[in-house]
Write a protein that binds this ligand. Structure first.
Ligand code: ZN
Length: 245
């Protein structure tokens, strides 16, 4: 099993090997070796679906026409309205909550649980710009800290973790294991934090509707309610329900 210490050893060994190649071959060959290794590193880290740094579950083996709807970044001021929407369409969702926001809005957290939805861990403070480069101590603070707050507020220990923007690095998987968490990615998203037109969000997401897939939307943006409603309407039209993992 890969631990944080094993990751450090692997990283140092890989870097040493690259430096040796660069020194031994010199010139362009050495430069290209280093460039390829670093580009591969960046590609793996910043690509949410990549598996070398641990698997992120993107779908579940369901035979029923149901999807897993996940709503990220709450709780925010629109939580009550999101819950009303879900009730109206008889949908259930997984809320990936940010720990610091959850502790500021305990009423929202209680409402999510009371209305039959699930709460999972989306870090303590959601440092989306720097999470991919965080070292083990900071990752542990973000991941374990998020779980701790949510467990206190809900009485239930989170089982799933979602990385901000899906970015992970080699330390993420061993720390998730330490915290008893699995990583959940997504099979379909419509970039709904940037796109304000629900139709354009759906254009990307709808072709991916299949039994068991994980769908990603966000709350807290001016367009969030319209996007979530558009997804719920499209799911209904295509004969899909929602379920929890
Ligand atoms: Zn997020």
């Amino acid at each position: 099993m890969k631990t944080v210490r094993h990751v450090w050893i692997l990283l140092l060994a890989a870097h040493l090997a690259a430096v040796l190649v660069a020194v031994a071959r010199g010139g362009w060959a050495g430069f290209c070796t280093m460039a390829v290794l670093h580009l591969a590193w960046v590609r793996i880290t910043l690509w949410p679906g990549s598996t070398p740094f641990g698997k992120a579950v993107e779908s579940f083996p369901l035979t029923t026409r149901e999807v897993i709807l996940t709503i990220d970044d709450g709780p925010c001021g629109d939580t009550g309205a999101v819950l009303d929407l879900l009730d109206r369409y008889q949908a259930r969702a997984v809320f990936f909550l940010i720990g610091s926001r959850a502790s500021a809005r305990p009423g929202d957290v209680a409402g999510i649980i009371a209305r039959g939805h699930q709460i999972q861990n989306h870090t303590l403070t959601h440092p989306s710009a720097t999470f991919w480069a965080a070292g083990p101590a900071r990752l542990r603070r973000e991941i374990a800290g998020g779980s701790e707050i949510l467990t206190k507020l809900t009485g239930q220990t989170p089982q799933w973790f979602r990385a901000p923007a899906g970015f992970r690095n080699p330390f993420t998987a061993p720390i998730l294991r330490e915290c008893g968490l699995r990583c959940m990615g997504w099979a379909a998203r419509g970039f709904d934090t940037r796109r304000t037109d629900p139709a354009k969000v759906l254009l990307r997401m709808r072709p991916e509707f299949r039994p068991g897939v994980v769908l990603l939307v966000h709350q807290g943006h001016p367009q969030s309610l319209a996007v979530i409603e558009a997804v719920l309407v499209a799911l209904k039209e295509d004969g899909f329900g929602t379920c929890l993992p």
